[in-house]
Design a binder for this molecule. Sequence first.
Ligand code: APR
Length: 245
Amino acid sequence: MSQVKRAAYLIKQSKFTVCFTGAGISVESGVPSFRGEDGLWEKYDPSLFEIDYFYKHPDKSWALINKIFFEVLKDKKPNKAHFALAKLEELGYIKALITQNIDNLHYLAGSKNIVEYHGNSRMLVCRNCGRKFNISDFDLSSAPYCPYCKVPLKPDFIFFGEMIQKEVQEKSEQLMNNCDLLIIIGTSGLVYPAAFLPPMAKKKGAKIIEINKTFSEYTDKIVDVFLEGSASEILEEILSELNAH
Ligand code: APR
């Protein structure tokens, strides 16, 4: 039986499928991944995205954030992989999706039950008063400041050295504990605490399907069905196998 047929069979059998996505699912939308060839961290020093650096150098940090995130993301559209997951959710095959991505593309593709594990690029947050603001209400050519506290606002996504939001962590663990099938798409599995999630599902007895162009940290440790290749092509094949077009 082909790997695509095996994956489709597991999806049909599953009562509670969850997806876990990383930067690889958005590469075909023109959003660079973080590691590997053409990865962001090949070009930029990740320590510039430490939370301490942000508060020491808000203007320099914002100039970089604007350049490599907001300017890049502003015109990006979901690709066939994002739409395939939204379709699988609409048809009841997928119950929820946890993404490490901050690019909003799962939302734009129509997915509903999304946990944005590393936050989002739609809002700004004041870590002093906790208020959140719509990014579109601010000119990001210089560091935006909280209108109430006069401290620099930061994008509502997780910087290195920052904790994952408590309710996000709890929701993600709950999904890992309840799912009987986890589909991992386009992540290297190198960044923690996100990378603790798939092994949690495995430990609870879930079957694991992985779609990636190359082996990740999970492939030869916890994966039952590995589908090597592009996320959009493989998800399209799975949709056809499920006659879900
Ligand atoms: N289809 C499927 N997989 C792909 C594709 C594609 N078209 N293109 C790349 N990949 C795979 C790569 O082989 C790699 O394993 O996607 C993965 C991307 O890995 P990373 O760049 O490390 O991204 P990710 O795992 O999401 O990073 C996790 O690290 O920098 C932080 O906060 C950032 O959320 C990010 C976290």
